[in-house]
Every structure is written in structure tokens, then in C-alpha cells.
Design a protein. Structure first.
Length: 275
């Protein structure tokens, strides 16, 4: 079976898509595109590798999920140790010269001392083992309590959907501006309040995120476009590829943020309740 990156190249060529066109549409450097088609994944930035493969496959009409599965298999196989690494497995037989253990130096008259030492050693092991068990029990209880607390907090935050915006809110303001940063995009948020986010990015299924005072999250990276609906943005600091997005911060009502790569831009719609 042909290696998957060769199949991707064959599909691109069959559809008469040039590397230059692919670079223009995916915003991926042509040197990286060449590396993908040649299987030289080690020269690609590791955090972006899966994003690049997904964007490449989607743009040429391929199966992105299958390509990612094949990538995982290829990278995993390439890291298997070769036969050259399995050498010198024979170990020299240990030789013992004048090897005396501590207890062999004890005379019969010191038998009681030896037994006492064994008892102390055994008790020490049991003591340490007991501490580890107790620590594990308390750790599990604390983790369970944190999970339950997190679920309760989630229940207190209602995610806002497109339907909610249409029925219960009115658009108050629209802002649009170009971006100086280019894809792939990485969106991070630091919050000092309770916030819910509904996110849609590239080909990923919609997902939700929750923030609480003192928390910070990094959303999934994306290349083409993304949409985020915030319940509010009170007391947050938002960054896109490390650059601050002050235009979406400190709004008390829902807002919808759309980020596009072609051309690089961000649009923000601010909403207010109807009642």
C-alpha cells in the first residue's frame, strides 16, 4: 500500500491543483507542503503538523480524518526501534569475589540483633505503604469532589446558541477589523468570571467550554475560520496567537466572534437582551 502522503500528492495532481494554489488557499508555506508530500514530517512545526495535514486533505477533496489516522500510524511506525538498536543483549555473567553480605558478618551471638533489624525494616516498609494508600484515598476523594463541584458550576452557566440570539436578544453593535496575524490560529482566554463558550472551528464538531474565576483555557487551533458565542466577556483577557483582542473584552451580554483567514479578519456582534 502506498504511503498516505504519496496518495495525497497523487490526488492533488489528479485534480490539477498546483502547490502555489494550495499555498494560497491554505496559507501553509509551500516548503511545508513539499515536506508533507515527501513525508519529511520532522521539519514541520510539531504543534501545527495535524492542522497542516487536515487543511491539505480538505482543500484537495480528500478524507481528512483518514489522513490523520494514517499520519498517526506512520509517525508511530517511524519511531519503532530498528534492529540495529537491539544489540549487545547478552550480559556478562557477574563474578563475585570476596562478596560478603551484611548479615554474613553477624555471628550466631548476634542473631537477635539481625532479627530486630529485619523487624524494623519490615515495619518501615509497611508504614510507608500505609501512607501511600491513605494519600491515594484522599487524592481520589478530592478529585471526585472537584469533579462534582465543576459539574455544579457548569449547570449554573447557560450556553448561548444562535437560536437564543435570534429569540431573546437584539444586535446592538457590529465591529469588524483586519488581523495582522496569520494562520494557524491559537485562541487563549484568561477569566476572572463565569463564562460559557460555544465554539465551531474548521471541520471540528461544535463544542462548549466553561471558564471560572482564575482559570485559563487554550481553545483548539484552527486554520480557515472559527465562530465563538460567549455568554459574556466580563473580566477576561483574550489573545489570538499571543496578540491581545481587547475589542471583545469586558462586555456584560452575549457576543458572537467570527475569525477568518482569507482575508485575515475578525468580526464581533454585540447583543443585548430584549427584555
Amino acid at each position: 500500500m502506498a504511503q498516505f502522503y504519496k496518495e495525497l500528492k497523487e490526488l492533488r495532481v489528479s485534480k490539477e491543483i498546483s502547490l502555489e494554489d494550495l499555498q494560497s488557499k491554505t496559507k501553509i508555506n509551500i516548503n511545508y507542503l513539499n515536506a508533507i508530500e515527501e513525508g519529511n514530517f520532522e521539519i514541520l512545526p510539531t504543534p501545527y503538523l495535524r492542522l497542516f495535514i487536515r487543511a491539505y486533505a480538505l482543500e484537495i477533496g480528500g478524507d481528512a480524518e483518514r489522513a490523520l489516522e494514517q499520519l498517526d500510524g506512520f509517525v508511530g511506525n517511524s519511531r519503532q526501534p530498528g534492529n540495529s538498536q537491539i544489540k549487545n543483549t547478552e550480559k556478562e555473567e557477574p563474578t563475585y569475589k570476596n562478596d560478603f553480605s551484611f548479615f554474613s558478618l553477624l555471628s550466631d551471638s548476634n542473631l537477635k540483633l539481625r532479627n530486630d533489624i529485619l523487624k524494623v525494616s519490615l515495619l518501615s516498609v509497611l508504614f510507608i505503604f500505609s501512607i501511600l494508600i491513605i494519600k491515594k484515598i484522599f487524592s481520589n476523594e478530592i478529585e471526585q469532589l472537584e469533579d462534582e463541584t465543576f459539574k455544579v458550576q457548569q449547570d449554573q452557566i447557560k450556553i448561548i446558541t444562535e437560536e437564543d440570539l435570534l429569540i431573546n436578544y437584539a444586535e446592538d453593535k457590529f465591529i469588524e477589523k483586519s488581523l495582522s496575524t496569520t494562520p494557524p490560529y491559537f485562541f487563549s482566554i484568561n477569566s476572572d468570571s463565569k463564562i460559557g463558550i460555544l465554539a465551531e472551528q474548521d471541520t471540528l464538531k461544535p463544542y462548549t467550554k466553561f471558564l471560572y474565576p482564575g482559570t485559563e483555557i487554550n481553545l483548539e487551533g484552527f486554520i480557515s475560520s472559527a465562530k465563538f458565542i460567549f455568554t459574556n466577556t466580563n473580566k477576561i483577557k483574550a489573545r489570538l496567537n499571543g496578540e491581545e483582542l481587547s475589542l471583545i473584552e469586558n462586555y456584560p451580554h452575549p457576543l458572537k466572534v467570527i475569525i477568518r483567514s482569507s482575508p485575515p479578519s475578525i468580526s464581533v456582534r454585540l447583543f443585548t437582551p430584549l427584555n
